[in-house]
Design a protein around this ligand. Structure first.
Ligand code: SF4
Length: 390
């Protein structure tokens, strides 16, 4: 395990996140926010290219298509961040590539924190000095890496610390993939890294194009070769993107819906997204969402003391689940300084779970790891926030 000393100071970020000022409908009409890719040298960032795009790039500089496959293998399988490492590509060709492109990693680790429960939080600095975080979570027989897809987030879920940052920008495909490539270089752990969850900073479906582009590389058997069954994308329910995915056949990896409540009144009060797309609309889209054989939707439900942890709320959740192939992850809230909510009591968690299991729903209570280092569910951005207020 390597510890990297945090050295650079953080740029202040836009922390304005007035939930009332969020107009999700208007913002979503803008569709994809541009990837603000900082590239002073104007070179092509090879880590941002898909396998096919690397082939196109090779052809564009007068090389055979197989050079593109060689590049993809060096970048995504071997984690090369210097063309000089690519020893099966001649010096002459490497020099030609370097005239127009760079294989540099798009992010570097600036701090690594280890929690007593074994989870590891990595703070990354991007090429424009922005910061994002990933978390490595040890399970019984494997590691899970929790990935970020945006710098900050504009969805403003009130139980989530990232939501207090507001959105700065989307991550590029190479910045998403780089979290895996670079984490593998940092973490020396006896357990294999086999599972990925897109549950870090950001709403993945607000950056759907880059998220899906990175998943294609992650699941390519010739490249990162992660099993689709061991990957999950989490969303608050961005309806236009869910509909778009639905009409194109669904998603190859697992889908987790962050629900928060199954009643409009409570959900709207803790998740502004519900004002744009209420519960009934979300349910309708999910009823029609194509699932691969044997797959179920996962619903993540953060339990907040005296807000959404009552038996009545559990009954509402049970009704919502009717007709859906689903399982439920109950996540007792992880408080952070100045958080507006408290953790539920164990009795409340047990009673909530019992209402669901009595109705034959599959329910797991998930205690988030990484609480002591601000890396638990909903706590990411702790270090960014801390530095900003210094
Ligand atoms: S829970 Fe997810 S979507 Fe909601 S504010 Fe946090 S990062 Fe954004």
């Amino acid at each position: 395990m390597t510890y990297l000393k945090q050295s650079d100071s953080f740029n202040s970020q836009d922390s304005s996140n007035s939930q009332d000022s969020i107009n999700l409908q208007d913002n979503l009409k803008r569709q994809d926010s541009p990837n603000l890719q900082v590239n002073p040298a104007k070179k092509i960032r090879l880590y941002d290219l898909s396998s096919d795009e690397l082939v196109d790039f090779a052809v564009s500089i007068g090389e055979k298509p197989y050079r593109g496959h060689q590049l993809a293998s060096w970048l995504f399988r071997k984690g090369a961040d210097d063309l000089e490492q690519m020893t099966d590509i001649s010096r002459k060709v490497r020099s030609k590539i370097s005239e127009t492109a760079t294989s540099q990693s798009l992010l570097k680790p600036i701090s690594v924190d280890l929690s007593p429960d074994g989870s590891i939080r990595i703070l990354w600095e991007l090429s424009d000095d922005e910061k994002v975080e990933s978390v490595v979570l040890p399970e019984r027989d494997h590691l899970t890496l929790c990935l970020s897809t945006q710098v900050g987030c504009r969805m403003g879920c009130r139980f989530c610390r990232t939501g207090t940052l507001g959105l700065t920008r989307n991550l590029s495909p190479g910045e998403i993939l780089g979290q895996i490539v670079e984490a593998k270089k940092i973490i020396t752990h006896p357990l294999p890294l086999t599972n990925l969850v897109f549950m870090g900073m950001g709403e993945p479906l607000e950056n759907a194009e880059n998220t899906l582009k990175s998943i294609a590389v992650i699941t390519d058997p010739a490249l990162m070769a992660f099993s689709m069954r061991r990957i999950s994308v989490s969303t608050v329910g961005v309806i236009p993107e869910l509909k778009r995915l639905s009409s194109s056949g669904g998603i190859s990896v697992g889908l987790t819906i962050s629900l928060g409540s199954a009643t409009d009144e409570i959900r709207s009060s803790i998740m502004p997204v519900n004002k744009a797309w209420p519960i009934a609309e979300l349910k309708q889209v999910l009823l029609n969402f194509p699932l691969q054989r044997g797959r179920r939707l996962t619903f993540a439900y953060v339990l907040l003391k005296d807000v959404n942890d009552s038996p009545q709320q559990a009954q509402a959740l049970s009704r919502f689940l009717g007709g859906l192939k689903a399982k439920v992850n109950l996540i007792p809230f992880n408080p952070w300084p100045q958080a507006p909510f408290q953790s539920p009591s164990q009795d409340a968690v047990d009673a909530f779970k019992k209402v669901l299991t009595d109705k034959h729903h599959t329910v797991i209570v998930r205690r988030s790891k990484g609480q002591s280092i601000g890396a638990a569910c909903g706590q990411l951005a702790a270090e960014i926030t801390k530095k900003d207020s210094d």
